[in-house]
Design a protein around this ligand. Structure first.
Ligand code: ADP
Ligand code: MG
Length: 623
């Protein structure tokens, strides 16, 4: 046998699999180096999702010629000197493996100058081989260019995703990094488009506004815990402002952007019962704990971390989010608190094991009234009445969502309105009885009669079905109604792109939008049936639904249509809690009898429960 030490270049290529998995990991390593170098301004530019080019430029400390040469050699780091230091890591980098690894799998150029030096240094490396080192005149700071990532590792190259996917990953991570350092001005240029630009004034609120739009910042609630060994700050959104993907939850522990199942679970739990399943609230959770109570060295990319006491972290995050959402402070105070830059505390002394105050999750408080749940009686009447007077849309056979085809079996003690016997959705020919309203129970159910049978109808489910069937029946163009006041809405980069590329699809669905600025659209028309709903919230909910589990292969126009029909029907339907008079009930029941799929709501739940005279007799033990 011939045991050999691996040559350095081979070691670097192997390590590349761990530290550098994809373009986003390169961006992460380079930007973290810039942050460690004290940069106040960091510019990230990518071409082709980072596959063709990544350039990270900073105005940080720079390096001397000797240090620059050292920095691209394995385990060269200025940050960690002995193994002891591992327990009190305060910089983002510490292994000294990022630069050499990246240089081993790309065409790599490092250009750097310290402010005190007259000339800088430029080092070019090609697949791990230094091809050129010379002095250059350049700005102070450091610029790293990574071209043709993985050009010499075909297995890795094949593993990379399509350009937009890789670009989105980079985008998401840059946003998180920018939120973790509001005092640094970030600029992210994707292709030729500036996708992120933060002011770098130290104000988290301004950074958030620059990224997500200023309207959003009005809905932010501050997080605050100020214990001796645990500082928590940041913010979350009110439960009615949701985002379509978890990407906008940023967790920062001791200044490092991390993933932590413990933190995300705590956020989820705190919102539970307050938000629908389709959306995620924004969350920026910034935690500062003693450095030796976390282990960041469990993962080569330093993304996942372990807390010495996960339970304590869970409780703290849960408590902070819960308090924020339940609203202990006025909005004015809220904004001021987030705006104030938060100092990172320095911990000298470890105080692990201190019993944490009892913050066991409280019983979930009843859902606070959502202003959207308000429903104007007059409006219901007009909507329903108008609907009645409207000529019936052409009866285009639109495939009902598959869920509808599987009607849930009724609970044994109740008899459902007879569900369709066949696998197919009920055919329009199958007569749905004409029901006569008797009254309303619990502001939620219509009690009705037909012949000798008694019916209980869920008013929301029934109306949702009516609207859904009506919208589905419009083959192409859903009738729209102009808004008296156009709404100017701000979106993030990814949402804007989706809207921009699908303007005509949205228009056909009744949402007429017009670009009105950077990531800004003017909403001019909404579907007629949604004229009385909060149109802004409706549109955002539709986007949330589109992004929910979207993948590259999807037919995006189809997905938008499905999301629009379902979400519009749901949001525009009469809510439970809405009082109805007999006339309104009558209209609703008439419409239900005429709609093609009256038995279930679009989610597959029954709209109607029937008790025949026989059923009643049995229940009263008359037989
Ligand atoms: P680590 O960050 O773990 O120390 P890296 O390979 O990422 O290892 O970087 C090696 C060294 O190069 C760093 O310790 C630092 O001294 C220097 N360096 C890297 N990037 C920069 C930069 N943008 N500005 C100044 N120095 C840098
Ligand atoms: Mg580093």
């Amino acid at each position: 046998m011939n045991v050999k030490l691996l040559d350095t270049n081979t070691v670097n290529k192997i390590a590349a699999g761990e530290v550098v998995e994809r373009p986003a990991s390169v961006v992460k390593e380079l930007v973290e180096n810039s942050i460690d170098a004290g940069a106040r301004r960091i510019e990230i530019e990518i071409q082709n999702g980072g596959k063709a080019l990544i350039r990270v430029t900073d105005d940080g400390a720079g390096m001397s010629r000797e240090d620059a040469a050292l920095s691209v050699r394995r385990h060269a780091t200025s940050k960690l000197v002995t193994a002891d230091d591992l327990s009190r890591i305060s910089t983002l980098g510490f292994r000294g493996e990022a630069l050499p690894t990246i240089a081993a799998v790309s065409k790599f150029t490092l250009q750097t100058r310290r402010p005190s030096d007259e000339l800088g240094t430029k080092i070019s490396i090609d697949g791990g081989k230094v091809v050129d080192t010379h002095e250059v005149g350049c700005k102070s700071g450091t610029s790293v260019v990574v071209e043709e990532l993985f050009f010499n590792v075909p297995a890795r190259l094949k593993f990379l995703k399509a350009t937009p996917t890789e670009a989105n990953r980079i985008h998401d991570f840059v946003v998180k990094l920018a939120l973790s350092r509001p005092e640094v001005a970030f600029r992210f240029v994707n292709g030729n488009r500036t996708a992120v630009a933060t002011p770098g004034n130290g104000n988290l609120l301004d950074a958030l506004g620059a990224i997500y739009g200023t309207e959003l910042t009005e809905s932010l609630l501050p997080l605050k815990i100020d214990d001796a060994d645990l500082k928590l700050s940041g913010c979350v959104t009110k439960p009615n402002i949701l985002k379509s993907y978890r990407g906008w939850q940023t967790f920062i522990v001791n200044g490092r952007v991390v993933e932590s199942r413990t933190i995300s679970k705590a956020v989820d739990e705190a919102y539970k019962s307050l938000v629908p399943k389709t959306g995620f609230p924004l969350a920026v959770v910034k935690l500062d704990v003693p450095t030796n109570s976390v282990d960041v060295n469990v993962h080569p990319q330093k993304i996942e971390l372990k807390f010495a006491d996960e339970g304590k972290i869970f409780k703290a995050v849960y408590r902070a989010v819960r308090e924020a959402v339940e609203g202990k402070q006025s909005d004015e105070q809220n904004l001021q608190q987030i705006a104030a830059p938060v100092e990172s505390p320095r911990f000298e002394q470890l105080t692990l094991g201190d019993e944490f105050k009892d913050v066991a999750p409280k019983k979930t408080s009843p859902r606070r009234k959502n202003p959207l749940d308000d429903f104007n009686l007059e409006e219901v009447l007009t909507t329903v009445a108008e609907a009645k007077n409207k000529p019936l849309p052409p009866q285009v056979e639109s495939p009902p969502p598959s869920k509808i085809e599987h009607v849930e079996s009724p609970p044994p003690e109740q008899k459902l309105f007879e569900p369709p016997k066949s696998d197919k959705a009920p055919s329009p020919q199958k007569k749905f009885a004409e029901l006569f309203p008797i009254g309303q129970v619990a502001k939620c159910y219509i009690v009705a009669q037909s012949g000798n049978d008694l019916y209980v109808v869920d008013q929301h489910a029934a109306h949702e079905r009516i609207l859904f069937d009506r919208l589905s029946a419009y083959a192409e163009n859903i009738p729209a109604q102009g808004l008296l006041f156009h709404r100017v809405m701000k979106f993030d980069e990814r949402e804007s792109e989706l809207i921009e590329q699908n303007l005509s699809t949205f228009a056909k669905l009744g949402f007429t939008l017009e670009p009105s600025g950077v990531n800004e659209f003017r909403l001019k028309e909404v579907p007629l049936d949604a004229a009385d709903t909060d149109e802004e919230n409706l549109l955002r909910a539709i986007l949330a639904e589109v992004f929910n589990g979207v993948n590259a292969a999807d037919d995006i126009a189809k997905k938008i249509r499905a999301a629009t029909l379902a979400t519009t029907a749901c949001k525009a339907a009469i809510k439970s809690g809405q009082e109805l008079d007999l006339q309104q009930m009558k209209i609703l029941l008439n419409d239900l009898a005429k709609t093609p799929h009256p038995h279930t709501c679009p989610h597959g739940r029954p709209t109607t429960i029937k008790f025949s005279a026989d059923d009643l007799a049995k229940m009263f033990k008359r037989t």
